[in-house]
Design a protein around this ligand. Structure first.
Ligand SMILES: [Zn+2]
Length: 116
C-alpha cells in the first residue's frame, strides 16, 4: 500500500456486509498528488485494494459497494450469498457459517482472501 497521509483522508466507513473498512482520500488536498482526472481514491483497507475515481459521487458509491471494485470483497459477498442459499447452512453455528463463507470465497477467488 502506498503511504497516504492522514491529511488526505476524507472519510472512513465500516462496511456492514464485508466487515471491512473503506477509506476515501482526496488526493488533491492540501497538495495535489494525483494523476489528472483521478482525484478521489477509495482504499479497501482489509484487502489493500485501491481504486481511483474522477468524481466524488463515484467514490462515495464505491465506499458503500466495495464488492464493485475489490475482488476479495466481491468474493466475500458472493460466498455469503452462496452459503445463505444452502439449506444445510441454516443450522450452523455462526463460527461454522463464517468458516464456510471463507472457504467458499477462497474457491471463488482461486486463492486465500487477502490478509485483514
Ligand atoms: Zn475488499
Amino acid at each position: 500500500m502506498p503511504v497516504y497521509f492522514d491529511r488526505y483522508l476524507r472519510e472512513e466507513r465500516l462496511n456492514a456486509r464485508t466487515g471491512g473498512i473503506l477509506a476515501l482520500y482526496d488526493t488533491a488536498a492540501p497538495v495535489s498528488c494525483h494523476p489528472a482526472g483521478e482525484r478521489w481514491l477509495v482504499l479497501c483497507v482489509a484487502h489493500d485494494t485501491e481504486t481511483r475515481f474522477s468524481r466524488l459521487a463515484q467514490a462515495r458509491r464505491a465506499l458503500a459497494h466495495p464488492e464493485e471494485h475489490c475482488a476479495d470483497c466481491a468474493a466475500l459477498v458472493r460466498a455469503q450469498d452462496d452459503v445463505a442459499a444452502d439449506p444445510a447452512s441454516a443450522t450452523l453455528a455462526p463460527h461454522e457459517r463464517g468458516a464456510r463463507v471463507i472457504a467458499r470465497a477462497t474457491v471463488l477467488l482461486g486463492r486465500p482472501l487477502a490478509d485483514r
